[in-house]
Ligand binder design. Sequence first.
Ligand SMILES: [Zn+2]
Length: 234
Amino acid sequence: MGERREWWRRALREAASVVWPVECAGCGARDVAVCSACRSLLLAGPLHDELEGLPLVAAAEYDDRVRALVVACKAHGARAEARALGAGLALALAALPDAELVRVPPSRVGQRSRGFDPVALVVRQTGMRSWSLRRARASAEAAAGAGGAQKQRSATARARAAEGSLELPPRVARRLAGRPVVVVDDVVTSGATAREAVRALRAAGCLPVGIAAVARTLLRVDGHRLASSTPGVE
Ligand SMILES: [Zn+2]
């Protein structure tokens, strides 16, 4: 009898682990969706930098574990990962002036294939309201032409390609004109996308006061210039 019960218990546990495989998305630790070590990576204290003359505050360095959490969140929109990333983002936001939050939109390909906006999901975990920039129509052809080459391009080429690619929808621009805004993205790599977001917000009459990100991978080159240290997921 006891043996039978044990057999069932084991069978159920195995079945459950197939349906809900529980392991840390960051480091693979078992039986927890995000382990406390990976969670604390995002809470270690925000990293301060400067981009486009604005404070750039990120929760963490974009290392392998943080990358794995971001990728898991993007792939499945998983709650536990989104909550951990959101907690980090909340700390980064707390280090910036109070402002309306404006998100960098997903890439066209990402939006189509995922059907959800991972940055919106992470921002939602902070309990704060946010608005979204959108991909400008004029840049659609350029983006289609550039295709998957984005990740291999130099920081300068990426900056040039990003220019004019974002815009604030007119309805949102009317609401936010003249107001302080913070750009929000999940990962800042070359900084090209964040820079373009700042440009688009200024063009819409907003007053950008900072950039907040879950993670960043930036190298400081000659004073104020920032360049990508690794290919990223922008
Ligand atoms: Zn972990």
